[in-house]
Design a protein around this ligand. Structure first.
Ligand code: G3I
Length: 345
């Protein structure tokens, strides 16, 4: 009884917790925007449960790694589109959209790029050729590109990289080159952790304003949303509103909600934590739903099942459960509750 009263106080109907949704009911069916996941082509090929979920649950796919510089352009005169093409073919068969990630980044650059020697013109040729070869290769097959990823530091300054070192105004140039290669494809600036970092957010907004003033093409902002159950809703709400006020399309582009952000080795996932995570997912989806419809580009999760998350692989946090599907690719309670909340009359 006490739990039921608490749930009512928190604004959640206990009925939501009682029902299991039908296996043939899908979250994607009750959303008015694409539901995406970043994917790993090896898992798509080898793991039938993973592949099955990607086929049935998601309507937008992003390569988690295989369209990044080091993988797609491993040598100066060689592009490797194999894995990217596999993802695009898979998406096409599945009638899913593809969102491209990412043309320019300071991270996962190819070794030959790090070693490259040349004057400003030579560097510009390198980056222009990189961007335009990829954008042209995927012409008509990709809806939008993260053109530049994570260019600003928390203090709002431009993040030092081989691009800032050699190409003045590389951000604007990257967008111009991408647009030249495919005037139809949507162009996004993508970044993380703007919540609670007003200087970083301000730098992004200033960039958008400057682009508009100089007529540099930009269509959208990617808010990665690598958040945790401890992230403050008020801070996130503020950056969503500030981003939306630009009039650009908004993409929650790399969503995961960490439950054990400090990587406590004794962490135990229990119902209370799962409920907190579920509430956060619901809040995030309803915040996205509050964005004007024409600006809603979609919500993309950063991979599929909890065990596929970069937080486990890259960050080596084995006791992390940040996604909508569990280690056995079963829908978590958060999935059920999201569906029920969205279909509640
Ligand atoms: O493929 C190699 C493999 O051959 C090698 O044996 C192994 C040894 O470590 O590394 C493998 O590459 C790893 C790659 O993921 C593919 O699994 C890299 O080491 C590893 O660094 C890389 O991590 C990726 C990370 O970006 C790199 O910064 C994560 O999977 C990926 O989820 C993550 O994604 C980024 C977004 O692009 C941008 N926003 C932040 C997000 C999380 O960091």
């Amino acid at each position: 009884m006490k739990r039921i009263i608490t749930l009512f106080i928190l604004g959640f109907s206990p009925i939501l917790h009682a029902q299991q949704i039908n296996a043939n009911d899908f979250l994607k069916q009750v959303l008015s925007f694409p539901l995406g996941a970043s994917v790993n082509p090896r898992l798509l090929e080898e793991n039938t449960s993973y592949r099955g979920l990607v086929e049935t649950e998601f309507t937008s796919l992003t390569a988690e790694n295989h369209m990044k510089m080091a993988l797609i352009h491993p040598e100066s005169h060689h592009f490797d589109f194999t894995k990217g093409d596999e993802i695009v073919a898979f998406a096409k068969k599945n009638k899913s959209r593809v969102h491209g990630h990412t043309l320019v980044w300071h991270n996962q650059t190819a070794q030959w790029m790090k070693d490259f020697q040349g004057d400003q013109q030579a560097w510009e040729n390198l980056l222009k050729n990189h961007i335009q070869t990829i954008v042209k290769h995927y012409h008509g097959q990709i809806t939008g590109w993260d053109v530049v990823n994570e260019a600003f530091l928390d203090d709002g300054s431009l993040r030092p990289s081989i691009w800032t070192d050699h190409i003045p105004d590389y951000l604007a140039k990257s967008f111009i080159w991408a647009h030249e290669a495919d005037p139809q494809v949507l162009l996004f600036y993508n970044d993380y952790g703007q919540d609670g970092k007003p200087k970083k957010m301000e730098a992004i907004l200033n960039m958008v304003q400057d682009f508009k003033k100089r007529q540099i093409p930009i269509d959208g902002l990617g808010l990665q949303m690598h958040i945790s159950i401890q992230s403050k809703n008020e801070e996130i709400k503020q950056i969503i509103e500030q981003s939306t006020a630009t009039g650009l399309r908004i993409h929650f582009s790399e969503v995961d909600i960490a439950v054990n952000p400090k990587n406590n080795p004794d962490f135990v996932l229990d119902d209370t934590i799962l409920q907190t995570q579920s509430d956060k997912f619901q809040w995030l989806f309803s915040s996205f739903g509050a964005i004007p419809r024409k600006q809603q580009y979609g919500i993309t999760f950063w991979n599929v099942g909890d065990k596929d998350s970069w937080l486990r692989g890259y960050f080596k946090r084995p006791k992390e459960y940040p996604l909508l599907f569990d280690e056995n690719y079963q829908r978590k309670s958060a999935y059920q509750e999201l569906y029920q909340r969205l279909t509640k009359k």
